[in-house]
Design a protein around this ligand. Sequence first.
Ligand SMILES: [Zn+2]
Length: 307
Amino acid sequence: MHPTAYLTHPLCLAHDTGPNHPERPERLRAIRQALARRGLDAHLLFLEAPAADRALLAQVHDPAYLDALAASVPTRGRVWLDTDTPVSPASWDAALRGAGAVATAVDGVLDGAYRRAFCAVRPPGHHAERARAMGFCLLNNIAVGAARALARGLERVAILDFDVHHGNGTEDIVAGDPRILYCSTFQHPWYPYSGTGRHAANILPVPLPAGTGGAAYRHAVEEHWGPALEAFRPQLILVSAGFDVHRADPLAGLNLETTDFRWLGEWIGAHADAHGEGRVVAALEGGYDLHALGESASAYIAALAGV
Ligand SMILES: [Zn+2]
């Protein structure tokens, strides 16, 4: 029995995006309730995330950006960093816990405390660039996890990003680093309208047209991500788990079903088994229909946990 960890922190609920914002605290509650409904609680190790430390964050983000972001947080109300991205009094601390969750999960799998982990965190991360907040994202949680893995001595880390939106921030941060392979699927053309131009050798974008369903999606993953992972042989797989690729999601137009997330969890797990002693650390990105998010994330986490 290999335990699977579930990392989060109450501060992730306190990041207050205001009324009518799709990236809201209820998202984490929907996942937690779906896990309980599916009877998964007994299979998971629930852990509270510590705050990420400054030295680790500075490997991923411009130090001046970190200072500006921390200073941008208001003492009351909200400040908007772009048209989509508000910060509230708890946002900096929530972001530190989000990045800290992924870094801690990387430590946990490398230390053998558990084999796989899901980080139920917000704000999400994959649009956050080295020196810019964007698209609901403040700190690039998954890139922080990759930096932690490299600092621990790993030589090959894969990031697989199945969010419906292209992870422009992750690409910005990891492009050109041969120790990291960044594979993504995303709807194209769609926000943030990046990902299909010239890119570094360690970046593998798979743009998909609106309306793509589960069968075509699985085929694209097997055809493009499969050979890349076989050639790269990652010692650890990190996952930007964006459940906004579900057909019910209000923010985009791909058509995955709940069962496709089970498949993704198993497919990614098999590749981790082949090269990385089964080690997978996933972090929540998108997913804005609460029911679909709960069902999809719990299906994915069940696959991670092998139940
Ligand atoms: Zn997204």
